[in-house]
Design a protein around this ligand. Structure first.
Ligand code: GDP
Ligand code: MG
Length: 235
């Protein structure tokens, strides 16, 4: 049951080894890690290569020339995971905001769904207690807004912790996806809806990163707000 965990990285040299250690102690058979690094100046790409020595045969690294954005990094990783014959593909952040402990439950849920979303906005889910009230409102509102505009029936539309059956990913026109940042997650959710895939949510608590810096910005959040309309008209 090959499971590929796709992790895009940009300057995550401190986080990546901790994440790998946690992933490889999970009780999940056939789990491998695929890092898609965008030439991180902090040497994340080399750190990832060293992990391949430490966990032989369980780590692959795709090196891209420079910071080309989250959306294309995921598409590249998904395409690679499908080409090598993975049955299940998980996507998650490198910064430990997404706890690997949720993965076995998400994979179990794939028995009755095509896609599973780790959700902050269903009962039992949530965000780090350190988030300011403004950040909480903006994040919740971003999900509610795209849910409403696109008629999605999931509650966390911008979250980046998901699991897919390979056949579900294969059904999506991955190379057509134009969005990056939060909008990438929204566009994927919309495509899942368009293709009639079943999407289930499992609650997760999103923890704040303790090492390294966020690459998201107000600009990326605002871009997502108008892209929601572009996505609606495009398909
Ligand atoms: N390859 C690649 N990874 C990226 C890029 N931007 C962000 N990431 C990674 O995407 C994940 C989520 O980014 P992060 O900055 O933590 O977003 P936030 O949690 O919303 O603040 C992390 O693993 C980042 O290293 C990018 O342009 N290219
Ligand atoms: Mg983060």
């Amino acid at each position: 049951m090959p499971v590929t965990v796709v992790v895009p990285t940009y300057n995550e040299a401190e986080n990546l080894p901790v994440l790998a250690g946690q992933l490889f102690s999970l009780p999940v058979e056939g789990l491998t890690l695929l890092v898609v690094d965008d030439g991180s100046p902090d040497g994340t790409g080399q750190v990832a290569e060293a992990l391949d020595d430490r966990y032989p045969g369980r780590v692959e690294v795709i090196h891209r020339e420079g910071k080309l954005g989250l959306g294309t990094a995921y598409v590249r990783g998904f395409t690679h995971a499908l080409a090598k014959g993975s049955d299940f593909v998980v996507q998650m952040d490198a910064d430990l905001s997404h706890s690997p402990d949720y993965i076995p439950g998400m994979l179990a849920k794939l028995e009755d769904a095509d896609v599973v979303v780790g959700s902050r906005y269903v009962s039992g889910g949530g965000v780090d207690a350190n988030w300011s009230p403004l950040r909480k409102v903006l994040s919740w509102w971003g999900s509610a807004y795209s849910r409403f505009v696109l008629g999605l029936n999931i509650h966390d539309t911008t979250g980046g912790f998901k699991a897919f059956r390979a056949a579900a990913l294969r059904a999506l026109p991955l190379t057509r996806i134009a969005s990056s940042g939060y909008a990438f997650q929204v566009e994927m959710n919309y495509l899942c809806k368009k293709r009639g895939l079943t999407v289930a949510e499992v609650p997760i608590i999103f923890a704040d990163r303790t090492m390294g810096k966020s690459k998201m910005s107000v600009k990326i959040a605002l871009e997502a707000a108008w892209r929601v309309w572009q996505i609606k008209w495009r398909y």
